[in-house]
Design a protein around this ligand. Structure first.
Ligand SMILES: [Zn+2]
Length: 245
């Protein structure tokens, strides 16, 4: 069940765009913007959102992808009208292996499904290596599990873009629905490792359920929602509930 935030200024220098059930983000730099994820392919929602925020797509210099699922990487994939025409695309070395075919996101009856995403061009980063882009400090943090190269990004030392590691409701953050995780046990391990690390960001921004404090984000870091339960309701005010019959 998804509960993304409407398109808005989240903080003075951080913006979110809503595309159906997902948020992607923009961080203001010295000379334009850095984006985290890109929404779906050929999306009217993201372009309308940019207009609403007064941000020209050409002002976005770099896009860092948390992972290659279509709701996050669709806007920069080869088949899409590029949402940010001037931007350099960045993915982790681990996530790149989905593009080369070494990893497979989904296997049906033993058959490896082809990734629906192809990137026109991109740069590969190594998690743990601090970068400075557009005057913004950005630290990629490996959090494998949802996908095997899933990456979180700590920007400006205070904002942690957490992608699909957790999902939050009124009570706090839980491990992301295991149905959508490539390796749920690995996601749990990654989330708990980060919780116990020294990173401690001030704000944690999720892709499908808004922004939380660090304490809220890791409140249920040992539990994933029981979405198989009959009549499952995770978040009362969520508009999107793929688990409702
Ligand atoms: Zn997602």
């Amino acid at each position: 069940m998804w509960n993304p935030r409407p398109t808005q200024t989240v903080f003075g220098d951080v913006f979110c765009l809503r595309d159906k059930d997902v948020n992607c983000f923009l961080i203001q730099g010295q000379n334009g913007y850095l984006a985290i994820d890109s929404g779906y392919q050929n999306s009217q929602n993201t372009s309308a959102g940019l207009k609403m925020l007064g941000i020209a797509p050409e002002q976005v210099t770099d896009v860092f992808l948390t992972h290659l699922d279509i709701d996050h990487a669709g806007g920069v994939c080869a088949e899409s009208q590029p949402i940010y025409p001037n931007a350099e695309i960045h993915i982790s070395a681990q996530e790149e292996t989905y593009l080369t075919g070494a990893y497979s996101r989904k296997t049906i009856a033993g058959h490896r499904c082809k990734l629906p995403i192809a990137l026109p061009r991109y740069k590969v980063f190594a998690p743990g290596e601090a970068l400075r882009v557009n005057g913004i400090s950005i630290l990629p943090v490996a959090v494998p599990g949802h996908t095997l190269g899933h990456t979180a990004f700590l920007a400006k030392g205070i904002y942690l873009f957490f992608g699909d590691c957790i999902i939050a409701n009124e009570e706090g953050g839980w491990l992301f629905y295991d149905f959508w995780n490539q390796d749920p046990a690995l996601n749990r391990e990654s989330v708990q490792k980060l919780r116990d690390s020294k990173l401690h960001a001030k704000y944690v921004l999720t892709s499908h359920s808004g922004c939380l404090s660090w304490e809220e984000a890791f409140r249920y870091a040992d539990k994933s929602p029981h979405w198989r339960k009959k009549g499952f309701v995770f978040c009362r005010e969520a508009e999107k509930n793929p688990y409702r019959a």
